[in-house]
Design a protein around this ligand. Structure first.
Ligand SMILES: C[S@@+](CC[C@H](N)C(=O)[O-])C[C@H]1O[C@@H](n2cnc3c(N)ncnc32)[C@H](O)[C@@H]1O
Length: 395
């Protein structure tokens, strides 16, 4: 096998509702995954351009160095290497969405039928509620260039966007999340069982579950726990529930609910989890959501939140700026503000004891033989399968 190529699409695991792909569609996904991986290498040239061209020019002109990531942004946006890398990266994101759209729309009605058939086998664990509204901050954007975002149904029962999300995660991350793209959930389940072997949660809440790929490993690890996975996107919930049934999992209920107004009594859960969710919440909602987490968590319960690294005072302006690329170029408008927050302050403001705050690093558990990120591979900022996880016990 050629060095440095990502795993190929035929190695990822399929389930009954996984979208079917022709050989041309697979080839397109393989090309895009490889291009994404290649661009992480090309991105190293951004740092060289910054150090050798952009920073010296700025310092010469201003008589001082950069004082903010915004100044880095202004200066770098004129650099030809950055311009070509950024245009290429944006294009891979657009192409990944369109490639997934064309193949899922082609089989849209078939996907709907498969999903409805599986959901009919277990009707009590899919709870939809027309009164739940998609928050305005979600309606305002096509998250990561996904037309129609998480909520749009082009026809009654359409689950194409959810299926597109499932199949396309491989492309965006170049296979770094494993056969079922669930390396984050697996890492979380592993961490919990090894760090707190005596902790036996009876009720677990996953907020912003999407199509549920990261909650499934937790459900597998705690088969006796009752797990509720909530989201406002109906297509995600329908597809995620069908996917769960197809995978033979019994203990997750998929429920349409809004995170800043949870339909649960106080002290309902032993563990509340979010995975790559908080950076997509806008305005003040992150505070309202964390207050709801505090309210619905039991005493001696734990909450954990997987995200890309927060920006800290000891992170260079260059690194903050390159990590912000998605905010400005990949329709992730809340990304920047969320990563600027001090999560310790956020949690304390929402009721948690500052002394109970914890932060860990988690690396995706990847069951694809050639999928794991090698130590000498450059980081693809924003897509790295190595996360910052913060949280706290409620005492
Ligand atoms: C980036 S996806 C994360 C999905 C999944 N947790 C994962 O591991 O990839 C964010 C999800 O959060 C949902 N979401 C955003 N705001 C929400 C809110 N206020 N209440 C419930 N779900 C929300 C979106 O619909 C979307 O499915």
């Amino acid at each position: 096998m050629a060095k440095n190529l990502p795993p190929t699409y035929d190695k990822i695991a399929k389930h009954e509702v996984f979208p079917e792909t022709t050989s041309d569609e697979k080839a397109r996904y393989n090309f895009l995954a490889s291009l994404n991986k290649h661009l992480a290498h090309v991105s190293q040239g951004n740092k060289i351009a910054y150090e050798n061209r952009v920073k010296p020019k700025f310092e010469k002109e201003k008589g001082r160095t950069f004082q903010s990531k915004n100044e880095v942004d202004d200066a770098m946006s004129d650099d030809p290497h950055y311009q070509i890398w950024s245009a290429m990266r944006r294009s891979t994101m657009e192409m990944r969405q369109q490639a997934g759209r064309s193949l899922t729309y082609r089989q849209g009605l078939k996907l709907k039928e498969k999903v409805e058939k599986l959901n009919a086998q277990k009707p009590n664990s899919l709870i939809l509620n027309d009164d739940v509204k998609v928050p305005p901050y979600l309606l305002a954007v096509d998250n990561h260039l996904m037309p129609g975002s998480y909520h749009t149904e082009l026809f009654e029962g359409d689950v194409s966007n959810a299926a597109n999300y499932d199949g396309g995660l491989f492309v965006t991350t170049a296979g770094l999340l494993g056969k079922y793209s669930d390396g984050g959930g697996k890492a979380m389940a592993d961490w919990m069982t090894t760090t707190y072997p005596d902790f036996q949660p009876k009720r677990i809440l996953d907020i912003g579950c999407g199509m549920g790929h990261n909650v499934i490993p937790i459900a597998r690890r705690y088969p006796d726990a009752e797990i509720i996975a909530i989201d406002t996107g109906r297509p995600m919930l329908k597809y995620g529930h069908a996917r769960m049934v197809a995978l033979g999992i019994e203990n997750v209920t998929f429920m349409q609910a809004e995170a800043s107004n949870l339909p649960f009594e106080a002290e309902s859960f032993d563990w509340i989890q979010t995975t790559m969710f908080l950076h997509e919440t806008g305005g003040k909602s992150i505070y309202n959501i964390m207050k709801e987490v505090y309210r619905t968590l039991k005493k001696d319960g734990i909450t954990m939140h997987i995200e890309q690294p927060q920006y800290t005072d000891d992170m260079s302006f260059y690194e903050q700026w390159i990590r912000d690329w998605d905010a400005y170029n990949n329709s992730e408008p809340y990304w920047s503000k969320m990563h600027d927050i001090d999560p310790k302050d956020l949690m304390e403001d929402c009721g948690f004891d500052r002394n109970e705050y914890m932060q860990i690093g988690a690396k995706a558990i990847n069951d694809l033989d050639d999928g794991t990120q090698k130590a000498d591979e450059p980081e693809d900022h924003g897509r790295s399968p190595i996360w910052n996880v913060f949280g706290a016990w409620k005492r």
